[in-house]
Design a protein around this ligand. Structure first.
Ligand code: ZN
Length: 66
């Protein structure tokens, strides 16, 4: 799958490939939830390059392209 951030199609900075696997990772630490700071708990979007496995991180969700 190919993705875009806003109007910009994403290419791998390592190998210039444009197909990725998308996944999500939590940015928080457990301590934030314990102290009631749930606003700290955010999911980051990650794209893993299908050719070289480079991982790109994004704070917002990404648009999927055909
Ligand atoms: Zn790559």
């Amino acid at each position: 799958m190919m993705y875009a951030a806003g109007q910009t199609k994403i290419h791998c900075p390592c190998c210039r490939n444009d197909t990725f696997d998308k996944d999500y990772r939590q940015l928080n630490s457990r301590g934030a939830t314990f102290f009631g700071l749930d606003w700290v708990n955010r999911n980051a979007t990650i794209l893993v390059c299908k050719r070289c496995t480079y991982i790109a991180w994004f704070m917002d969700d990404l648009k999927e392209l055909e």
